[in-house]
Design a protein around this ligand. Structure first.
Ligand code: ADP
Ligand code: GLC
Length: 485
């Protein structure tokens, strides 16, 4: 089976969050299921610098305001198409935002171009290639579903759209429609129209044969008025076409026995190296070298979604619990300021690094006792999966994929010996403080804590099962596409 994926970021070339991890790992997992996946990505500077064996398969004289080339290329084991369009993608710094921190004003056009190029591959712009399925990730790829329909080829591939985060919808004013390259009739309720404007994600949810999101619980949450962010009606109307498939992590990249970014290695039955990682983490974060403290790690974007704004209040409520924090994050500048203040108030107990740092992220996973993910909503979440694999016990809010991937240490789970972490109700600093205290007291029972760690490290967080689910969904989408509509 040939699948063309479209993604606005892909690990290890360019990453702002979990979407890149998924876009980079899924093709490798699918290859084992005999699925040949190629991924179409924008030619940002980081991409153009890292791709190998690039050759042009199509030249556009004029593509959304300038000339462009569609390249076929590789990066390691990843098979790629790249849109080389300097006027759209050759910009320094962040990929979605300009130097002022605001979204690029032409993002609608930039990502319409991604979708248009995908639809052009479907209509044969690389003469040697026709995909059976097109897999669009998030709103940035969403319009491909609309382009394919309005191109109106007699035979079209199955189309699958995956929602990684419903909070980002790609919603633009009606006036942008002309610049996007869609026909006027596309502007309809049964089309790309969304609350009077153009909705990129809405278009994907409407036109895709199958819609997936990244956990079963999130698939339920987004069908409710509370979690649906304006799209719940449409998602309910799509019925069984919508499903939840948990993410995995690339267990070759995330392996504490071989991770080249760690100062020492370990595995479930040889845990000695873990103590060295813990010590190195305390040093790196200027924490007191206390072997008894519960060392809680955080690796996160700093946004409202992640619930970390509740942490300063929770810390104030912790009382006598011996808890340290090693925090790595970047995002909202007011949150960054609050955490800087907190870290200086609690020097030696709260270590903070503001920024994006892959090596420190790994060290936090390998050296912390527990990993905190207090999200208000979380479609899947990857850091808690990495934590399981690295022997850090996840403390998570009971939402979305966090609820689906962590077995809470309640009485029954402890009695059965199956707990892998702690869950708590989202959205309040009281519940968060309680969960942290509960973790601190569980850790005082060393045998019990070791069992939780071992359970986590034995959990299958690989892509093997999810890849098989995607294969089935691709088959369903192909069948739907052939069935006509
Ligand atoms: P989201 O995509 O919502 O940010 P995920 O948990 O799905 O959340 O994925 C986040 C990914 O980004 C993980 O691979 C995590 O390790 C990584 N990450 C997040 N923040 C940082 C950071 N400051 N430095 C390094 N890696 C980070
Ligand atoms: C989004 C979500 C996150 C998910 C990731 C990959 O960024 O916020 O929960 O893990 O996509 O699917």
């Amino acid at each position: 089976m040939r699948v063309l994926a479209l993604a606005s970021e892909i690990y290890p070339l360019v990453k702002t969050g979990g979407l890149a991890d998924v876009a980079g790992a899924l093709p490798l997992a699918l290859a084992k299921e005999k699925v040949e996946m190629r991924t179409l990505i924008p030619g940002y500077p980081a991409v153009m610098a890292k791709i190998e064996a690039a050759r042009a398969v199509h030249r556009y004289e004029e593509f959304y305001g300038g000339p462009a080339r569609l390249l076929r290329a590789k990066a390691g084991a990843l098979q790629l198409y790249v849109i080389d369009a300097a006027h759209l993608f050759n910009r320094p710094g962040a990929i979605y935002q300009g130097p002022d921190g605001a979204d690029w004003p032409d993002n609608a056009v930039r990502y319409a171009a991604l979708a248009r190029a995908g639809a052009d591959i479907v209509r044969g712009y690389d003469v040697n290639y026709r995909p059976d399925v097109v897999h669009a990730h998030d709103w940035q790829a969403g319009l491909v579903a609309a382009f394919i329909r309005f191109d109106g080829a007699p035979e079209r591939p199955g189309v699958v759209a995956t929602i990684h985060n419903l909070a980002f919808q790609g919603r633009y004013p009606r006036e942008t429609l002309g610049a996007l390259g869609l026909p006027p009739e596309a502007f309809a309720v049964d089309g790309v129209e969304y609350y009077g404007g153009v909705g990129f994600l809405k278009a994907a949810l409407h036109f895709a044969d199958r819609v997936t999101t990244v956990s079963p619980t999130y698939a339920q949450e987004i069908r409710t008025a509370e979690g649906g962010m304006g799209l719940d009606g449409l998602l309910r109307a799509r019925g069984d076409a919508v499903s939840g498939v948990l993410n995995g992590v690339d267990v070759d990249v995330w392996d504490p026995a071989t991770d080249p970014l760690l100062p020492a290695h370990f595995s479930a039955d040889a845990m000695k190296g873990r103590a060295a990682c813990r010590k190195a983490l305390q040093e790196a974060m200027r924490l007191a070298p206390d072997p008894d403290a519960l060392l809680v790690g955080v690796v996160s974007r700093l946004t409202w979604q992640k619930g970390l704004d509740l942490l300063p209040d929770a810390v104030g409520k912790l009382g006598r619990d011996n808890i340290q924090f090693a925090m790595l994050g970047a995002g909202d500048s007011d949150l960054e300021h609050r955490f800087r203040a907190l870290a200086s108030e609690y020097a030696g107990r709260i270590g903070l690094r503001v920024g994006y740092d892959e090596a420190l992220a790994r060290l936090i996973q390998a050296g912390s006792d527990a990993l905190l993910v207090p999200s208000r909503f979380e479609p899947c979440g990857l850091t808690q999966l990495c934590a399981l694999r690295y022997g850090s016990v996840p403390i998570v809010a009971r939402v979305g994929g966090l609820a689906d991937t962590i077995v809470d240490a309640n009485e029954m789970a402890l009695a059965a010996g199956v707990a892998t972490g702690l869950q708590f109700a989202p959205g309040s600093s009281e519940r968060l403080a309680e969960a942290l205290s509960r973790a601190a007291s569980l850790k005082r029972d060393a045998g019990l804590w070791r069992t939780m760690q071992a359970n986590g490290m034995a959990t299958d967080v690989s892509w093997t099962r999810p890849a098989r689910r995607y294969l089935q969904i691709y088959r369903d989408a192909m069948r739907d596409a052939r069935g006509g509509d």
